[in-house]
Design a protein. Structure first.
Length: 250
C-alpha cells in the first residue's frame, strides 16, 4: 500500500477545519494542507497566525470575513485561476458552518474551480453526538435572528419538526433564548453544550424552565450549541431523561 499522501492539486480551494478549542483536534491532513498551500485565507488573520505559529507553519495570510466576502471571493478566485492552492479556514471549526466560506465556495464552483473539504472539528457534530438526543434526523438552524419577532417566528415554524433541533448561541443571549424556548417548547428536553473540547466543557440537560432556573443562579460563559428534542421525543416519553426539577450535567 502506498502510504505517501498525494500532492495538493493546483487551482484547488481547500476548506480546512481547525480546532474549536483543543489544539490536539487538528488533523494530520489539515497540517499538511496548511504547510503545502500557497496562501491561507483566514476569518481572523491574528487568530490563524497564532494557530500556524503553534504548529511552526509560516504562510501568507489573506483576511476573509463577513464584511469583505464579495471582494475577497473575487481575489481568491483569481488566485485559483492562476493555479494557486488556497486553504480557507475560520476562527474555529469547519468553514461555511455559521462561518464565512459559503460565498467563496459558490464562486469557485460556478467558475469550474476544484473545491476539496478537509474535514475535522465541528461544534454542531460534537454537541449532537454527545447530547443523548436522537441523531438520525436533525435540523441545524445556526444563529437565530437578533430581532425578537423574527426569532419567535422561526421557532414557532419548527414546532412540528420530528427531529432534534440544533442552533448556536452566544453567552450574552443564552438566557433570552431559554426564555423563548420555554414559551415555544416548554415540555421538550434541552441540551446546552458549552466550552466544547476545552477544559471546562459541560453538557447541561433539562427542560427550558429547569435550565432558566440554573442560569439565574450561575453565570454560563462560552459559546453554546443548543439542542432541542423533537416533537416525538418529549421528556415524558423518554424514561432516560432527567425528572422534572433536576438538571443533569457532565
Amino acid at each position: 500500500m502506498d502510504k505517501t499522501p498525494p500532492p495538493l492539486i493546483p487551482g484547488t480551494l481547500y476548506l480546512v477545519a481547525t480546532p474549536i478549542g483543543n489544539l490536539e483536534d487538528i488533523t494530520l491532513r489539515a497540517l499538511r494542507v496548511l504547510r503545502e498551500c500557497d496562501v491561507v485565507a483566514a476569518e481572523d488573520t491574528r487568530r490563524t497566525g497564532q494557530l500556524l505559529k503553534h504548529f511552526e507553519i509560516s504562510k501568507p495570510l489573506l483576511s476573509y470575513f463577513q464584511f469583505n466576502e464579495a471582494k475577497r471571493s473575487e481575489e481568491i478566485l483569481e488566485r485559483l485561476k492562476r493555479g494557486e492552492k488556497v486553504a480557507l479556514v475560520t476562527d474555529a471549526g469547519t468553514p461555511g458552518i455559521s462561518d464565512p466560506g459559503e460565498r467563496v465556495v459558490r464562486a469557485a464552483v460556478a467558475a469550474g474551480q476544484r473545491v476539496e473539504a478537509v474535514p475535522g472539528p465541528c461544534a454542531l457534530v460534537a454537541a449532537l453526538t454527545a447530547s443523548g438526543l436522537p441523531t438520525d434526523e436533525f435540523h441545524f438552524i445556526g444563529f437565530l435572528p437578533h430581532k425578537s419577532g423574527q426569532r419567535r417566528k422561526q421557532l414557532e415554524a419548527l414546532k412540528s419538526f420530528a427531529g432534534t433541533l440544533a442552533l448556536y448561541e452566544s453567552p450574552y443571549r443564552i438566557e433570552k433564548l431559554l426564555g423563548e424556548l420555554n414559551e415555544v417548547f416548554p415540555d421538550r428536553t434541552l441540551v446546552l453544550a458549552r466550552e466544547l473540547t476545552k477544559k471546562f466543557e459541560e453538557f447541561l440537560r433539562g427542560t427550558p424552565a429547569e435550565l432558566l432556573a440554573l442560569v439565574a443562579k450561575r453565570s454560563l460563559k462560552g459559546e453554546f450549541v443548543v439542542l432541542v428534542s423533537g416533537e416525538v421525543a418529549k421528556v415524558a416519553e423518554d424514561g432516560g431523561e432527567s425528572p422534572a426539577g433536576e438538571v443533569v450535567s457532565n
